[in-house]
Design a protein around this ligand. Structure first.
Ligand code: EPZ
Length: 416
């Protein structure tokens, strides 16, 4: 297992380029199962989660090649419709193959997925949608779906689940008739999936709104696509620049994907602006406490809640954070307390009393975004911070320590 060693107090200065979006690439890779023709995806980040999804596609019989940041997938001959438990347990997004397998192979077999321990993360909305499209779904430790031919349906999601929206979009493109998904998730990654599906000949429209319509078609062709930039990676870098009182340009990112964060950073007192090159940030040296409530897009992203907590830990005053998307996404608070942060957690509410400084400590990453919060805290703290379990970070950030080293941070990876 490797760990990171950070000596805090260095300002981040310079340009940092954002990679392709993990959470756009994962459903798009799964969607390659829908067509027997070749798909080429550009801008794919080198992340552990992407490697797992590719391993799943290969296990199902797809041919996959990955050169530089382009992945080619050919699912002409799928030999399997069941994903081994070992692979399912490595990440939550492994469940994104269910819809495509149901559409293409008329069956799937998966176990309950693993991934970040940030809540119970049931799949009832995915299954409810499949059932309404005529599939039979059995759940007894494993989840098995079977259908002669999926039928279009009108599906209302009790919660705008990103994964359920994506799975049902993929299932619907080969169904008979029209499917309408109401209360659909509106994330930019959903819009990117629609764009990829339409390039292969699917008839999908409405992504980005809460109503998505899919007209089933009998066959799909080739698709070539450049994934959108990773807005969560970009947001992570912006918070890192702020907390180190830095002066950075975050390039290859879209401000319209980060409106909620940019607005909050402005309230906190961080100077941000955007131009054709990306988003510029000047960190300043004192920050106002603010209240934050996470919410599905376009609200404040739950995936940036841990990171901004590291900034609020040093703000003047008391901030209140309400995590409305996941029921237990505050493990990073325990670790930030080891660095001197004053955070009280009560259910979905965290109360953060800003302190003058954080002090380096030995901490542990519990999940991907919690790990990012600790890197940010370590760069802001006085003294040395060591972060264990950085394999969590590698699931969603490509060479994070190298990127921050390049901006002046004193950070290095120690392989133990
Ligand atoms: C996606 O996860 C992202 N992952 C997550 O990012 C992100 O935090 C989440 O959406 C919310 O934005 C990928 O895209 C690969 P959900 P997903 O289904 O699809 C409940 C990261 O750090 N729910 O929108 O699993 C669920 O329990 C990761 O990159 C049901 O109740 O999230 C949760 O409380 C972490 N029943 C809420 O909805 C269901 O059937 C949001 O889940 C499905 C979900």
């Amino acid at each position: 297992m490797s760990r990171l060693r950070i000596t805090g107090g260095q300002r981040l200065v310079g340009e940092i380029k954002v990679g392709g979006a993990k959470n756009a690439t994962l459903p798009i890779l799964a969607a390659c199962l829908l067509t027997p023709h070749e798909c080429i995806i550009h801008g794919v980040p080198r992340l552990k989660d992407i490697e797992v999804m590719i391993e799943i596609l290969v296990t199902l019989g797809a041919e996959v090649t990955w050169s530089d940041s382009s992945v080619t997938v050919c699912s002409r001959h799928l030999s399997e419709s069941r994903v081994p438990e070992e692979l399912m347990r490595r990440m939550r997004a492994s469940n994104l193959v269910m819809g495509a397998l149901l559409g293409r192979c008329h069956e799937f077999g998966v176990s309950y997925p693993g991934g970040c321990t940030i809540g119970s993360r049931p799949m009832d909305l995915h299954i409810k949608g499949f059932l309404s499209m005529g599939a039979k779904v059995k759940e007894d430790g494993v989840i098995e779906g079977k259908v002669k031919k999926l039928q279009g349906s009108c599906i209302y999601l009790d919660f705008p689940s990103v994964g359920a929206t994506e799975n049902l979009m993929m299932a619907a493109v080969l169904a008979e008739g029209i499917t309408i998904i109401r209360n659909a998730a509106r994330e930019p990654e959903i819009v990117d999936l629609q764009s990829f599906l339409c390039k292969m000949g699917a008839r999908v429209w409405g992504a980005g709104t809460d109503k998505i319509t899919i007209e089933g078609t009998s066959q799909l062709g080739v698709s070539e696509h450049q994934v959108i930039p990773d807005r969560i990676e970009a947001g992570t870098h912006l918070v890192a620049g702020a907390v180190t009182q830095g002066d950075i340009l975050v390039s290859n990112t879209r401000a319209e994907h980060l409106e909620a964060l940019l607005s909050k950073l402005g309230e906190i007192g961080v100077e941000v602006s955007n131009d054709s090159l990306g988003i510029r940030l000047k960190g300043g040296c004192s920050w106002r406490a603010v209240d934050i409530k996470t919410h599905p897009f376009p609200g404040f992203p739950t995936d940036l809640q841990p990171q901004i907590m590291s900034l609020l830990a040093l703000a003047n005053g008391t901030s209140v954070v309400k995590e409305t998307v996941f029921e237990s996404r505050y493990k990073h608070a325990d670790e930030l307390r080891r660095m001197g942060a004053r955070i009280k957690v009560d259910g979905r509410i965290a109360i953060i009393q800003g302190v003058k400084r954080l002090t380096g400590a030995s901490v542990e990453a519990s999940d991907l975004r919690a790990g990012a919060a600790l890197v940010i805290g370590g760069m802001a703290a006085d003294g040395v911070t060591t972060i264990d379990n950085v394999h969590h970070l590698d699931r969603g950030y490509e060479r994070l320590e190298e990127k921050y080293l390049g901006l002046g941070a004193d950070i290095k990876r120690i392989d133990s």
